[in-house]
Design a protein around this ligand. Structure first.
Ligand SMILES: Nc1ncnc2c1ncn2[C@@H]1O[C@H](COP(=O)(O)OP(=O)(O)OP(=O)(O)O)[C@@H](O)[C@H]1O
Length: 672
């Protein structure tokens, strides 16, 4: 029933159907789920004397005279009386409304009051004869498109609701509806559009938010189930591996050890690994990825590591070669690799001569074929999304998947974004790291800061300077990387200064980054291209220009580029214009070094859409639910979904049948 086309509805012809399609309404279900974006409370009729000038309200008045007048343009003036008050209702479409009023008849008028003494006036009020059903009440206001009025939309919603009366099936398990004290689906749809009271609206909204989150969560959990299939050849952990670990230049932290144990358990378990490694900036995730790759290779499988940028892929590639030398064949595959080379590499990959492929997600879009892909690692998953991670997973015959994310995601949200995965937390920094000293720098202190930087460079350290723009712009008064690069060259004539930004060719960027890695460049001016993952432990100062322009998590990421060695590091946040909220934001950064705390705050200040880009994750947009405001409901939902999945695992027939029945709704998102 919900998928009935809207043109089956009375009043919706071809023209209206096309207009509705423009706002993504094609079926009865779409109509029901296009919720009001606000409501007008028109439950009571107010006396003219009680309605103050400027206030919105509904009055009752008798029409005394109707006149078509010409002021600046043609208007319809309706003279009315209400007790001892006389008033004028003014309309700007006189022809259309000419016959709308009967003299002597009383009407409701809803509009903004304008009073002078005993005389009152309303411009373009909504109106209806006294006693008209449906005029008084809580009135929904819908997002519209030109050619469809709110009144029409209301009529469509009423039409659908009455057509579907008694035909909308419950889509939540009965025990959940009861235990969570939810209203039925039918009641919820009716009351969300035409609430009888504030309480009824709240109950309807809670039910629909619950349902939305429930389906999403269930889908993700089922996805996880789907991964959970036995694989042909479980890996073994050869002694060579343990020997290699013991020979690393550093001791793994407890958190790294724990995560590595979890990885080992996964890949030897007989099931495909599907794990997310979440670690704060600099916690040492890369070595864990390399360890997993080594395990795959030792088990005669190929492995792929995908990074979000060419720069990062290159860094991983260099890092990999440094650790493994020539013992493992590895290829770098980014969009920069020349077509001819790429073909040759692809051939070798297909033959299994190359064991490890490191590159950008370009790899997954192209037709790379593996001889025997056993492990897929994605660095910085949040840029890729669920869909992509499945694409690659499908390339191999159930490869193990590992995702590394440096964006600390609050737990509730991570269950949504990564609900289909097991999670390891690397919540400890390597020993000897000193907390980064973060300071806010006022304009008058900038020259002191330069003095400080000068001294550190003389001690052999390096500096990042991040700017919000690539080039100067007349329209936006912000520091540009190119402009600031020139400025710093004048300020520090004795040092080598480099510049990288997104508009440069990758090969140029790589050359500069290489020079920075080798300390041939002391100050690196850049845009946020260096935001994720760049690792140059000798760089100990991060300067962020116009810091108010960046999100908190982004600033935390930027700050994480320093403090990666044992030397004391600093982060200087500059800003000329600092409002109250941006000041609060910067202060929370100065006071906290935990990515999780900061992400939680960022989420509160900017919302998840901004922070994580839900769409980029391949998740559907939530219609009513908010991952922040509805956190409590989300937790409740998660509790029930876990119960259902547990039953599912135990082959509970009823649960299986329920999920089967729901499959259509579940399929609306990504297909398995
Ligand atoms: N246990 C350890 N002890 C000392 N140094 C370590 C340890 N583990 C990793 N490192 C070093 O710490 C630095 C940061 O590690 P890595 O680049 O893996 O961080 P990350 O977790 O990927 O951080 P980001 O997300 O910021 O890129 C590297 O120079 C790495 O060699």
């Amino acid at each position: 029933m919900l998928d009935t086309s809207v043109d089956k509805l009375y009043g919706v012809g071809d023209r209206k159907r096309k207009l509705l399609e423009k706002i993504n309404i094609r079926t009865f279900g779409d109509l029901l789920m296009a919720y009001p974006h606000r409501y007008i409370d028109r439950r009571r009729v107010i006396s003219v004397s009680a309605l103050k000038t400027g206030a919105l309200g509904c009055i009752e008045a008798k029409v005394v005279e109707v006149q078509q007048k010409r002021a600046k343009k043609e208007i319809l003036s309706v003279t009315v009386e209400s007790h001892f008050h006389q008033g004028e209702m003014v309309f700007f479409s006189p022809k259309y409304l000419k016959n709308a009023f009967e003299v002597g008849q009383s009407y409701y008028f809803f509009g903004k009051m304008d009073k002078t003494g005993m005389f009152f006036k309303m411009l373009q009020p909504e109106f209806a004869k006294v006693g008209t059903k449906g005029f008084l009440g809580i009135i929904p206001v819908y997002p519209l498109t030109a050619g469809i009025s709110n009144k029409e939309m209301i009529a469509y919603k009423k039409g659908v609701l009455s057509a579907l009366q008694g035909k909308i099936m419950e889509n939540l398990p009965e025990f959940v509806v009861q235990e969570a004290k939810l209203v039925t689906r039918m009641t919820a749809f009716t009351q969300i559009h035409f609430p009888d009271s504030a309480e009824a609206y709240k109950a309807a909204k809670r039910r629909l938010v619950f349902e939305e989150l429930f389906i999403l969560q269930l889908k993700l959990m089922l996805l996880k189930q789907n991964y959970h299939k036995p694989i042909k050849a479980p890996y073994t952990i050869p002694e060579d591996f343990e020997f290699w670990i013991s020979r690393l230049p550093f001791q793994l932290t407890q958190a790294q050890k724990r995560t590595l144990d979890e990885i080992k358990t996964d890949i030897t378990s007989g099931y495909a690994m599907n794990r997310l490694i979440q670690g704060d900036v600099g916690s040492g995730k890369t070595i864990l990825a390399f360890a997993a790759i080594f395990l795959a290779v030792l088990n005669h499988k190929q492995a792929v590591l995908m990074a979000p940028t060419a720069l990062l892929a290159e860094q991983h590639y260099e890092g990999f070669k440094k650790i493994f030398g020539n013992t493992i064949t590895v290829a770098l595959l980014t969009s920069d690799v020349k077509a001819k080379n790429k073909e040759a590499l692809k051939n070798q990959i297909a033959l299994g001569d190359i064991k490890v492929v490191i590159g950008t997600h370009a790899i997954i879009q192209e037709d790379v074929v593996f001889e025997s892909l056993g492990l897929v690692i994605t660095d910085e998953q949040h840029r890729f999304g669920i869909r992509q991670r499945m694409n690659v997973a499908l390339k191999g015959n159930q490869p193990h998947t590992l995702i590394m994310s440096a964006t600390p995601i609050p737990r509730t949200l991570s269950l949504i974004l990564y609900g289909d995965m097991d999670v390891s937390l690397v919540d400890e920094l390597p020993e000897g790291r000193k907390p980064i000293k973060t300071h806010f720098i006022k304009p008058e202190k900038v020259s002191d800061m330069y003095g400080f930087i000068d001294k550190r460079i003389q001690e052999g350290r390096q500096v990042y300077v991040v700017c919000p723009l690539v080039e100067d712009s007349e329209a936006i008064d912000l520091t540009s990387a190119t402009g600031h690069y020139e400025h710093l060259r004048n300020r520090f004539p004795d040092y080598e200064i480099g510049l990288v930004h997104g508009k440069m060719k990758s090969s140029e960027k790589e050359t500069i980054m290489k020079a920075f890695h080798e300390n041939k460049i002391q100050i690196l001016v850049s845009t946020t291209v260096i935001e994720v993952g760049i690792n140059v432990p000798n760089a100990t100062i991060m300067v962020v220009m116009d810091s108010e322009r960046f999100g908190l998590s982004q600033l935390h990421q930027l700050r994480g580029r320093v403090g990666r060695g044992e030397v004391q590091s600093y982060c200087f946040l500059l800003s000329e214009k600092l409002g109250k909220t941006s000041k609060e934001r910067i202060e929370s950064l100065v006071n906290s070094s935990s990515g999780f705390e900061i992400a939680e705050r960022d989420l509160m200040l900017r919302g998840p859409g901004e922070v994580f880009g839900l769409k980029q994750h391949g998740l559907p947009e939530l219609r009513l639910a908010s991952l922040i405001e509805d956190k409590k409901t989300l937790k409740e939902v998660q509790k029930y979904v876990k119960m259902i999945i547990a039953e599912y695992e135990m082959n509970n027939v009823q649960v299986k049948r329920y999920i089967q029945k729901l499959s259509n709704e579940l399929e609306t998102w990504f297909t398995l």
